[in-house]
Write a protein that binds this ligand. Structure first.
Ligand code: MN
Length: 334
């Protein structure tokens, strides 16, 4: 089976129940874990969401950081058509190019500095292949959980290239929501923030935050501190609601980059498995069966050149996992 990292291609994905975690005082560092995605390319990503102590930041429910990977060694990206439901995928590249095709008929080249937001509400399928000219792949793959009222939303694909804004000591690109006076026109189903910030060597910037949001700062470089807390590369610094200011410092001698994610706490429990988000084990079982049966729910992707035209879903785990009630939020991932 061909693999890649935009699909969650862990060979034994665990069903994960996700809900809002207990609040914290100050900054909480979410350490990344290496997830080898298997297959001939043996790519490894660094995952900060979901994880045991915190599976959601706002509606952000999945965060993989990857690269820079030399495509000559890694083979690049070649993800055959695979499904999503109950979520939106947000692709953000630092280096390289990816050709996207989906069952809505979208055909787009994903490039650094432009956001691509794909809605797999009721269901969508897509393929992603790094372009022949890509020598280095470096970026982040993010998912947003859809609220219950919109989780069966129709397929959609949005593309937006924000204009980078120069601040004192940094450059900011806001691709979702608003920050520092910049607002993205990209529509979402819950309030969200998504932005890239690149700090000059030695620079400190202060950004006003929406205090109703919780935030995560995913470090793409070493040497960053987030509200005074050192945040290693690929780690996510979590800031709880009621945090009014984000102070970012680059202690290094080169520029340093981070992604800033945020949103109001997502107060619904979700169940995640493979590339699906649902509300119950049954939702996941049904989605898997309908994908494997080539249901119109997900549709077909035209134009994918690889051999595997329809990525098979892994087997479901033998253990049935029930979502926990909202009153037992201290008990987390099974
Ligand atoms: Mn995908």
């Amino acid at each position: 089976m061909q693999t890649g990292f935009v699909s969650n291609v862990e060979t034994q994905p665990q069903e994960t129940v996700c809900s809002t975690a207990p609040s914290v005082d100050g900054v909480e560092i979410l350490e990344p874990r290496d997830v080898p995605l298997g297959g001939p390319r043996a790519m490894t990503v660094r995952r900060t969401l979901p994880q045991r102590q915190r599976s959601l930041i706002g509606a952000w429910c999945f965060a993989d950081h990857y690269g820079p990977d030399d495509v000559a060694g890694s083979g690049g990206m070649d993800v055959p058509p695979h499904p999503h439901c109950g979520l939106q995928t947000v692709s953000w590249l630092f280096t390289g190019e990816i050709e996207h095709r989906d069952s809505l008929g979208s055909h787009a080249i994903i490039r650094p500095g432009a956001v691509n937001l794909m809605t797999g509400g009721l269901g969508i399928a897509h393929s992603e292949v790094s372009t022949p000219g890509t020598t280095v792949l470096h970026g982040a793959q993010l998912w947003v959980a859809l609220p219950d009222a919109y989780r069966n939303a129709p397929k959609a694909f949005q593309h937006h290239e924000p204009t980078p804004t120069r601040l004192d000591g940094a450059t900011l690109s806001v691709f979702l929501g608003s920050l520092a006076g910049q607002t993205s026109p990209v529509e979402s189903f819950t309030p969200l923030l998504g932005a890239e910030v690149t700090l000059d060597a030695g620079a400190t910037v202060e950004l006003g935050l929406d205090a109703a949001y919780e935030h995560g700062v995913l470090a793409d470089s070493e040497g960053l501190t987030v509200n005074g807390t050192a945040t290693p590369r690929s780690a996510m610094a979590y800031l709880p609601t009621a945090t009014a200011t984000l102070t970012l410092t680059n202690t290094g001698n080169d520029s340093a980059r981070a992604l800033i994610l945020g949103g109001p706490p997502f107060d619904e429990e979700i169940v995640m498995w493979w590339n699906f988000v649902g509300r119950s084990h049954e939702d996941i079982v049904t989605a898997r069966e309908e994908w494997m049966a080539h249901s119109e729910r997900f549709g077909e992707v035209d134009g994918y050149a690889g051999q595997v035209k329809h990525l098979p879903a892994p087997e479901m785990p033998a253990v049935r996992i029930r979502p926990r009630s909202n009153t037992s939020r201290s008990a987390r991932d099974a």
